[in-house]
Design a protein around this ligand. Structure first.
Ligand code: NM2
Length: 526
């Protein structure tokens, strides 16, 4: 206990927990007021500043290209002779499974269905064109553009960690090159870290808010149990248990093991699902979507729908960008922690490619199947989603498969494990964000990690039962807003630091200086 307290950054820890507690008390005593606040702030963020979310996304892309093709991308995270800490397969798997989760599966099924009626670019609902866009647009929201959001944080955090030998992985620490050492200990720094921590909690709350109702629907049907609050609480509890196990085991034994279990289930599920699906149709849909995506990428990136009602942009693009934004600290810290021994450009490109490939596979196959069922009049998913919700829709889709019971059980296990690996990295990151003096490869104290687990679940349960999914989603978008500025500051800060340390060196000099291991390997293989 004394050890745990010694490590704790008390101001950030107390401030964040107080905000969560306050939120919990308000939700318990006057849910109307807090719902009103969240809705008010949401309207303000989306209606007045929606364009800023979109601009930030474009900015992250620009930073990626600058770092990838410029000289700084060759900077090595760690010492020149150091080997990567994890194999590329487990590194890529960890990135994918911590950035994606049960929502990737659930939304993979139902997101394209939603796009048939709430269409982008004023396309006629339910038309062939609407189907084409429905299959592709989800892959935009989960694809390279989305993963680009993580570029500033990964660059800034890993640079501070490995090149400036920083002792902490806090967001305030990444701003040191810009504002000096005092930012870390100042109140501004502590407030930034607390907002970031609250955002992290909110992001997982969103995932749980989306996942729990669907999971209880699936469990209720498979095991013939009645849907109730108790069943939902049971689902929360199972998630808590899996997650508790891996938090307890720490990074190498816990997260890594759970990740490989997760990857096996993902491969088994996706391959089996694809084999029993109308493969030919799905392949054709995917090929078409790749073309449509390449054709429309700039149009989608800058889409603000200025002469329409912005319904599609607000309901979907803005929701996603807010959600990905609050994920920035989680992924920034997590990817930085596991990427020792790789060059910056390898890490940035790797996370974008592997992350989006993983997500788009889900969207392409599961979404493609949903659209097939709708188009061929097999199941009217549009009306099920509208009238009965996501859970019933996922169930209806799964019931069309051969051996549907088996598929549903595997899906339940997959969703449980998939989100557990995400919450896992979250608690690790929250623990690090609220500790001081940790080594980069050191796990935060167990008590600290557990206290975050409890806070996340308490808030998720309270928000789900008072305001439902919509409130949770809006909460996520609102908390994503400050991250826009934090991401901007992080980008400027890391560029300034790089210029200070490597500004007078050419690209070739940096490669020679930083990549002795790769150069040696290349020479050996010649
Ligand atoms: N994203 C959308 O629950 C989940 O699937 C987590 C979070 C990547 C920010 C996904």
């Amino acid at each position: 206990m004394r050890e745990a307290l010694k490590q704790l950054d008390k101001r950030v820890y107390i401030m964040t927990l107080t905000m969560i507690l306050l939120l919990l008390i308000l939700l318990g005593t006057c849910p109307g007021i807090i719902t009103g606040w969240i809705n008010g702030l949401f309207s303000l963020a989306v209606e007045k500043f929606g364009w800023l979310y979109i601009l930030t996304n474009c900015g992250c892309f620009v930073l990626f290209f600058y770092l990838y093709f410029g000289k700084y991308g060759n900077i090595k995270l760690g010492k020149p002779e150091e080997k990567p800490r994890f194999s590329t397969f487990s590194w890529a798997s960890m990135i994918f499974t911590s950035g994606a989760g049960s929502s990737t599966v659930i939304l993979g099924f139902v997101e394209p269905v939603n796009y048939l009626t709430n269409t982008p670019f004023h396309i006629k609902a339910m038309s062939n064109e609407a189907y084409e866009y429905a299959h592709m647009y989800g892959q935009f929201h989960w694809g390279i553009s989305a993963w680009a959001f993580y570029v500033p944080a990964i660059a800034a955090i890993s640079y501070m960690l490995y090149k400036r030998n920083s002792k902490s992985v806090k967001i305030s620490n990444t701003l040191v090159p810009l504002f000096g050492k005092k930012i870390e200990t100042s109140w501004i720094g502590k407030i930034i870290d607390s907002i970031v921590s609250l955002g992290i909690v909110a992001s997982i709350t969103t995932s749980l808010g989306l996942g729990v109702p669907v999971m209880s629907e699936l469990i209720a049907d498979t095991f013939k149990i009645k849907q109730s609050i108790w069943l939902q609480l049971f689902v929360f509890f199972v998630w808590f248990l899996i997650f508790g196990w891996s938090v307890f085991r720490g990074m190498d034994n816990g997260i890594k093991k759970l990740t490989s279990i997760n990857m096996y289930i993902i491969f088994a599920f996706l391959i089996a699902f694809f084999l029993v699906s109308p493969m030919n149709d799905i392949i054709r849909m995917e090929m078409n979507s790749v073309g449509l995506y390449l054709d429309k990428l700039p149009r989608m990136m800058f889409n603000t729908d200025p002469f329409g009602n912005q319904k599609f942009v607000n309901d979907w693009t803005m929701f996603y960008w807010g959600w990905w934004l609050i994920f920035i600290p989680i992924m920034g810290m997590f990817v930085a922690k596991i990427s020792r021994g790789r060059t910056l450009k390898q890490v940035l490109l790797g996370q974008m490619i592997w992350g989006s490939l993983g997500c788009c596979t889900f969207l392409g196959i599961l979404g493609g199947y949903s659209l097939y069922l709708q188009k061929h009049g097999i199941v009217d998913l549009v009306s099920i989603v509208e009238k009965e919700g996501n859970g019933k829709a996922v169930l209806a889709i799964m019931q069309t498969l051969p051996l549907s019971k088996l598929f549903i059980v595997v899906l339940i296990v997959l969703c449980f494990v998939f989100l557990a690996t995400t919450i896992d990295s979250t608690a690790m990151v929250l623990g690090s964000a609220t500790s001081t003096g940790l080594r980069p490869d050191e796990d935060p104290h167990l008590y600290n990690r557990f206290s975050w687990a409890i806070a996340i679940f308490a808030l998720a349960i309270a928000l789900s039962f008072t305001g439902g999914l919509q409130l949770v989603q809006r909460f996520a978008i609102v908390l994503g807003f400050p991250l826009i500025f934090i991401a901007g500051l992080m980008s400027i800060s890391v560029l300034k630091a790089m210029k200070e340390d490597y500004g007078n060196k050419t690209k070739e000099e940096i490669i020679k200086l930083e990549n002795t291991l790769e150069i040696k390997r290349k020479k050996e293989s010649l």
